[in-house]
Design a binder for this molecule. Structure first.
Ligand code: FEO
Length: 397
C-alpha cells in the first residue's frame, strides 16, 4: 500500500470505497473515501476511523507505518458510523487506548457500541499535548451531528474538521491539487446535500475559528481529497454558499405523464433562454434528486412543473420537495407550472407545500388542460421570459 504523508509524521490511513453509489439517499457516482489520520509523536494518535467493513484496509495502512498496538489515543470527531464503526475493532486490536471525543460524542459512542471505552471528554479550546505537538479541539455541533468536533494541530497548521469541507470522491489521489477544478463540483454537491441546512451554523463556526486566530495551511476532511494548495479558498467558498450567493441561473425541474408538462417545460425554457438567462432543464426521473440540489446551489430561480395525478402533484415532485425542504435552500425564488385533465391540483399542492415552509413563490402560475395548444405554448414562452426578468430584477435589488 502507498504511504501518504501529509506533514512530517502525519499520515492518511483511511479507506477508499470505490463502489458506493448511494450514501443514505445521496448519489455517489464516484464513490467516496473514509479518511483517518495517524499522528506519530511521543503519544501516537489516530484521528477518526473508517466504516466497519473497511477496518482491515485501514489497519493495513497503519501497519505499514507502525505496529497498531503502539497507538495511544483515538480521537473520535464524529459518531456517524462512516467514521466511528471501526472504533470497537480498533479498541480491541490496540488494547485500551484513550478515546477522546466531545460530551455528546461519548454518549453517542456508548449508545452505538454498548461497550466500555477509556473516554476523555474535551470541550472547545481544550488542548492535549502529545509530545512535540498538541491537539486542540473545537466543538462543532451540527456540523454534521450534535457530537461533531474539529481537531486542530497548531504546530502543523493542520485542521481535521471531519465532515466539513469534504467531497464524495474515490480517487487514487489524496490531495485536491492533484485532480484539478472538478473537486469544486464535488465539494458543492456535498455542501448542498449535507451541510446546506446548517448554513447559519457554518457562518458562526467560521467566524469563531477566524477569531481564534488559528493559521490553517492544510485541511484534512473525513471524505475525499485533502485541501493543501489553497485551503482558504474552500473556507471562503463555504462562506459564499452559506450566505446564499447565487448567479442568474434558473432551473426548470419537472416531471410529465403524457408529455404535456414536458411541452410546457420546454417552452418555459425557451422563454428563459430568449431573455438571456442561463437555464437548465431537469426531468425528475432522469436526474437524481441530489444532482438537482447541487445545481440549485448556484441558481437564483427554480421553476417547478408537475402534471396533476389524483388531484395532487406527481409523486416524484412530492419526493423532490420533501428532500429539498429539509435542506432549506436560502435565497431562491420559485415559480410553478403544470398540466391537468379535469380538476387540476398539482400547482396548488406545490404552492401550499412551499409556502408552508416560507419559500418565496412567484404569485403568477402557468397551467394548461390536456395537451397545450399553440396559444398556451406561446404563453409558456412568455411565462419563462417574465420569470427571467423577475430573477434579473431581484438579483439587482
Ligand atoms: Fe461522514 Fe456525518 O458522516
Amino acid at each position: 500500500m502507498e504511504i501518504v504523508e501529509l506533514k512530517r509524521g502525519i499520515y492518511w490511513v483511511g479507506a477508499i470505497d470505490w463502489n458506493i453509489r448511494d450514501f443514505h439517499g445521496y448519489s455517489t457516482s464516484m464513490g467516496t473515501t473514509y479518511n483517518a489520520y495517524l499522528i506519530l509523536d511521543e503519544k501516537n494518535v489516530l484521528v477518526d476511523t473508517v466504516k466497519a467493513p473497511f477496518f482491515s484496509e485501514m489497519l493495513g495502512r497503519i501497519s505499514e507505518i507502525i505496529e497498531p498496538s503502539k497507538i495511544d489515543i483515538v480521537v473520535s470527531n464524529h459518531v456517524e458510523m462512516d467514521h466511528s464503526s471501526s472504533i470497537p475493532q480498533v479498541v480491541e486490536r490496540i488494547g485500551n487506548p484513550l478515546v477522546v471525543t466531545s460530551e455528546r460524542g461519548q454518549k453517542g459512542l456508548e449508545k452505538h457500541y454498548k461497550r466500555p471505552m477509556n473516554f476523555k471528554v474535551v470541550k472547545t479550546g481544550e488542548a492535549i499535548s502529545i509530545g512535540r505537538r498538541s491537539l486542540v479541539f473545537v466543538e462543532a455541533p451540527m456540523l454534521h451531528w450534535p457530537d461533531s468536533m474539529f481537531t486542530y494541530i497548531p504546530e502543523d497548521r493542520l485542521l481535521l474538521p471531519n465532515d466539513a469541507f469534504g467531497q464524495h470522491i474515490a480517487s487514487s489521489y489524496r490531495f485536491e491539487d492533484e485532480v484539478g477544478e472538478n473537486v469544486m463540483k464535488h465539494a458543492a454537491k456535498y455542501f448542498a446535500n449535507i451541510l446546506w441546512p446548517l448554513a447559519p451554523l457554518i457562518l458562526k463556526k467560521v467566524d469563531e475559528v477566524m477569531k481564534m486566530g488559528i493559521p490553517i495551511d492544510m485541511i484534512g476532511p473525513s471524505h475525499g481529497l485533502i485541501w493543501r494548495k489553497d485551503p482558504a479558498r474552500i473556507i471562503q467558498t463555504y462562506v459564499d454558499w452559506s450566505r446564499g450567493k447565487a448567479k442568474q441561473k434558473v432551473l426548470v425541474v419537472y416531471d410529465t405523464m403524457w408529455g404535456s408538462t414536458e411541452a410546457l417545460a420546454k417552452a418555459v425554457l425557451k422563454g428563459l433562454i430568449e431573455e438571456g438567462m442561463e437555464a437548465k432543464l431537469l426531468h425528475l426521473r432522469s436526474n437524481h434528486r441530489s444532482d438537482i440540489i447541487e445545481e440549485m446551489l448556484e441558481a437564483r430561480g427554480v421553476l417547478l412543473g408537475s402534471p396533476t395525478l389524483n388531484n395532487g402533484m406527481f409523486p416524484t415532485m412530492g419526493d423532490f420537495l420533501t428532500y429539498m425542504k429539509g435542506l432549506r435552500p436560502k435565497g431562491k425564488v420559485f415559480g410553478l407550472f403544470g398540466s391537468y385533465g379535469w380538476g387540476g391540483g398539482a400547482v396548488k399542492e406545490m404552492r401550499k407545500s412551499l409556502e408552508q415552509e416560507k419559500f418565496e413563490v412567484w404569485e403568477k402560475e402557468l397551467t394548461a388542460q390536456y395537451i397545450p395548444d399553440p396559444e398556451e405554448i406561446k404563453k409558456a414562452i412568455e411565462f419563462g421570459k417574465e420569470f427571467a426578468r423577475k430573477v434579473k430584477n431581484e438579483s439587482h435589488e
